[in-house]
Design a protein around this ligand. Structure first.
Ligand SMILES: *Cc1c(COP(=O)(O)O)cnc(C)c1O
Length: 348
């Protein structure tokens, strides 16, 4: 019998392309995409644009590149971008917006989901005052990674979009896990991104492709973004090989995200019953944040679980994150929860 171990819950980026995905990749029609000659990339871009209710899309190498290229397209050097204190763009992308774009991050309290209108007003510098970098863009994240995978609703997004547009700002959505949000809430991706000026989606997280992201936006925006993609080295040649994996992911791996959410809920319940402290999330998806009583205890638990091939990461001295994904079965989710609780009990 095949072992259920190792069970890798450190991220939903660890998925490996399935046999079916690899087969489609090997058969993909390709061309030089910098010349606009790759039919598979073109099909992926059309498919994604349609799915998100936008005019056009651009295939990029990663979520980080998708966010960077989007921000470079929205802003010029010296412009300000409102970004959540806990958002991925600010915390986990090497400060690329500032380093490479000269864009000033204007931090706003995002309360681990979307910033309130009050918080946005507070963080927006006074207009027409030369002391301040002028806000040009609002960035929102859905689902919210540091917020425990919390899914915001289309109505909540629309409220921020309305505020931004009223104040002359554009809106970029970091939708690395957009489909986790839409599946959890039972809404369409187009409903979720209505009014949003640009959105970045990852194919390499829960959707299971080996790489790639897409920026979806208006035709004009995508035409301009294409120049930026080339400048940052994201123009690819026979990219149809990897774009085919993205197409396969969009066609086959969206609705099954519900299984990941169910598995995360199961693990959460078991850990809670086992006495571990859980960070509650209002609208959870595929993540569980939980903590031990102290840093020392957290280190011991992490190591003990690793020894038993149940793998997850720390996000703070006493706090862990685990993420479910398409390479984790129900049985593995159950086993992982059992192992974590057993090892936690051993700590006394
Ligand atoms: C993973 C992630 C990204 C970046 O994606 P990469 O493909 O790893 O560069 C951006 N935003 C969020 C919220 C993410 O979780």
């Amino acid at each position: 019998m095949l072992s259920v171990f190792p069970i890798d819950l450190k991220s939903d980026t660890v998925t490996k392309p399935s046999a079916a995905m690899r087969k489609i990749m090997s058969e993909a029609e390709v061309g030089d995409d910098v010349y606009g000659e790759d039919p598979t990339v073109a099909l992926l871009e059309r498919t994604a644009a349609k799915l998100l209710g936008k005019e056009a899309a651009l295939y990029v190498t990663s979520g980080t590149q998708g966010n960077l290229v989007s921000l470079l397209t929205h802003c010029v050097r010296g412009d300000g971008a409102l970004v959540g204190k806990d958002c991925h763009i600010l915390n986990y992308e090497g400060g690329g917006l500032a380093v490479l774009g000269g864009i000033v991050p204007l931090q706003v309290d995002d309360a681990k989901s979307l910033p309130s209108i009050e918080a946005l007003e507070l963080a927006t510098p006074a207009k027409g005052n030369v002391h301040y970098a002028q806000a040009k863009l609002l960035c929102v994240e859905n689902t919210h990674n540091r917020g425990g995978g919390h899914a915001s609703t289309p109505q909540e997004v629309a409220l921020r979009v309305e505020w931004a547009h009223k104040n002359g700002l554009s809106v970029h959505m970091d939708g690395a896990r957009l489909f986790n949000a839409t599946v959890a809430l039972g809404v369409t991706p187009a409903e979720m991104t209505k009014g949003v000026d640009s959105v970045q989606i990852c194919l390499s997280k829960g959707l299971g492709a080996p790489m790639g992201s897409l920026i979806c936006a208006s035709r004009d925006f995508i035409d301009r973004a294409r120049y930026w993609r080339k400048k940052v080295g994201g123009g690819l040649r026979q990219a149809g090989i990897v774009a085919a994996a993205g197409l396969y992911a969009l066609e086959n791996n969206i609705s099954r995200l519900k299984d990941d959410h169910d598995n995360a809920a199961l693990i959460k319940d078991e850990l809670q019953k086992g006495g571990l402290r859980i960070s509650e999330v209002a609208r959870p998806t595929n993540m569980v944040y939980f903590s031990a009583k102290s840093e020392a205890e957290a280190d011991k638990l992490l190591a003990a679980c690793r020894t038993r091939e149940v793998i997850f990461n720390k996000t703070a001295p006493d706090t862990f994150r685990l993420a479910t994904h398409l390479d984790v079965t129900r049985e593995q989710a159950e086993t992982a929860a059992t192992v974590i609780v057993e090892e936690y009990r051993k700590l006394g």
